[in-house]
Ligand binder design. Structure first.
Ligand code: ZN
Length: 515
């Protein structure tokens, strides 16, 4: 079980093989600006094929030196090598190497690498900055989470303006942080490479003033527990970091007791490689899969493709309380949870739902109440409606919350697409034991063609097991609702959590295609 890590930077690309968190192979080549994209892709494929004779690659992570739209898994643009804009690098590597890579920009990936294996271990929130040819930033608010913002453009510290009267930047603005402090410009402005300039104490004295101005924004905005600086320039060591810390102390507003904890990257040139390995291996929780948004309230919920359903009747048979089950599933990383109670909604049932609502709130997960708009409103939850429940348009008159709607065939789905709902469920895809008079099953082929009928997020439901989940995602489902295959026969909190983790892992290793 090996992981292939790829770091595509401004002046070079590097690759590595990891097993169990250890780097076993490493290769690095200078970027051939003339050869451009095709040249680099050929080099990467050659190295990977060579290693492939000794290692069995299961996963692949990529850190790319330019903005990446994470949800689309596309490179937004590259300023250093031509031909990358809107390029589908993961799909290309999937075709040539038979791997399904996960890609992010190198600052985010470097941040993850330092956060888990380098100077950022134990420091959250962590801010990581690459200081090399250009300047990029990555934010790790907690654990293994990369904060990407609404459109994958969070952390782009390089283009905040620190000198409004300064020289023009590549972005068209003046005096950007990157324009004042990036290695590319230092060399052009001063006629000497950055490495040489940083050995000159007089230069460093002036340089740290600008550098601190940029970092001050990160400190004022994020109050990070630590700032880790990677990239070529950070190798200057104490000659840079000692005056930098002193300058930051003078610039940070006196009433702010925000700590000034700025250190060089511990992984040197390998921060991005370690991060790419982690990106490929760690479950992706939140901030990554299509979000359910409520157009009315503006609320947004980052959800994974895993849509677990707490069925109270089934749980009663397995002898587990809804609250214990919710806790186990949320601990596994689920970010959406449906509470399904088909019988009379007694006071006890409501209290169960209330407990689950509290757990979801604490975990930042979206609670969805099945069938009952009134109960959902009382709990501040989303509601999922069936064909025989209150009509979506009537429910919408009552609540601004997220509304989901069950559909069972083409006619339902076409009608549902025009309803004021935020997502549609489609199924049963496969036979299921949980309904007394089930609708006819649809199967994968029909799911694929039905997918094209709506642009709303589509949740596939009905008899989907771990074994077939990959095919369901491939057919275009954004998310999979799981009931039967979620609950092991011997259902305890621990066994349920382990099962939910298995489900989460399915979504971390592949992205569902965009509608
Ligand atoms: Zn700029």
């Amino acid at each position: 079980m090996s992981t292939l890590a790829i770091d595509i930077g401004g002046t070079k690309f590097s690759m590595a093989v990891f097993e169990g968190g250890r780097m076993l192979e490493r290769a690095s080549r200078a970027t051939d600006r003339e050869g451009g994209r095709e040249w680099m892709l050929q080099q990467i494929a050659a190295v990977a094929r060579d290693w492939g004779t000794h290692y069995q690659f299961q996963r692949c992570g990529i850190g790319f030196g330019g903005p990446v739209e994470f949800e689309r898994q596309r490179i937004a643009l590259s300023t250093h090598v031509g031909g990358w804009s809107d390029f589908d690098l993961p799909r290309h590597l999937e075709r040539t190497l038979g791997l399904a890579p996960v890609m992010d920009n190198d600052a985010n990936v470097g941040a993850l690498g330092e956060a888990l294996y380098g100077a950022g271990r134990g420091y959250r929130p962590l801010f990581y900055m690459t200081l090399s040819t250009g300047i990029g930033g990555g934010i790790i608010p907690s654990g293994e989470i990369i904060y990407r913002g609404a459109d994958s453009y969070a952390g782009e510290l390089g283009h905040i303006v620190i000198r409004p009267d300064g020289p023009e930047c590549l972005c068209g603005w003046h005096g950007c942080f990157e324009r004042m402090c990036g290695g590319l410009w230092l060399e052009r402005d001063y006629g000497r490479p950055a490495e040489e300039l940083l050995r000159d104490p007089e230069f460093v004295k002036r340089y740290v003033v600008d550098l601190a101005m940029g970092l001050k924004s990160a400190i004022m905005l994020l109050n990070p527990a630590r700032i880790v600086i990677g990239g070529g320039i950070s190798k200057a060591g104490d000659a840079l970091f000692v005056p930098l810390r002193a300058e930051l102390r003078t610039q940070i507003t006196t009433w702010s007791r925000a700590r000034i904890e700025v250190v060089p990257a511990a992984l040197g040139d390998d921060s991005v490689l370690y991060g790419a390995m982690a990106l490929a291996e760690k479950p992706v929780t939140g901030y990554s899969f299509p979000d359910f948004r409520s157009p009315k309230s503006g609320n947004e919920y980052p959800v994974t493709g895993f849509y677990p359903v707490l069925d109270t009747e089934l749980l009663a048979r397995r002898g587990l309380s809804p609250a214990d089950a919710a806790e186990a599933i949320l601990e596994a990383g689920a970010r959406i949870l449906q509470f399904r109670h088909k019988g009379f909604f007694s006071r006890d049932a409501f209290e169960d739902a209330q407990r689950v609502a509290g757990l979801c709130r604490a975990a930042g997960a979206l609670l969805v109440i099945n069938d009952r708009v009134d109960i959902a409103m009382l709990l501040g939850a989303a509601v999922h409606l069936g064909q025989d429940d209150l009509a979506p348009a009537d429910a919408r008159k009552m609540t601004n919350a997220i509304i989901g709607f069950s559909t069972h065939n083409e006619q339902h789905l076409r009608a549902g697409d025009g309803e004021p709902v935020d997502y549609l469920a489609i199924g049963p895809i496969f036979p299921t034991a949980s309904k007394q008079h089930p609708d006819p099953t649809l199967g994968i082929q029909q799911l694929r063609s039905l997918r094209t009928l709506t642009r709303k997020p589509l949740v596939a439901i009905g008899g989907i097991t771990r074994a077939i989940a990959g095919d369901v995602l491939q057919a275009g489902a954004d998310s999979i609702a799981v009931i039967g295959d979620l609950y092991p026969d011997a259902c305890t909190k621990a066994s349920l959590r382990a099962r939910a983790e298995e489900w989460m892992a399915i979504f971390s290793s592949r992205k569902s295609p965009a509608p």
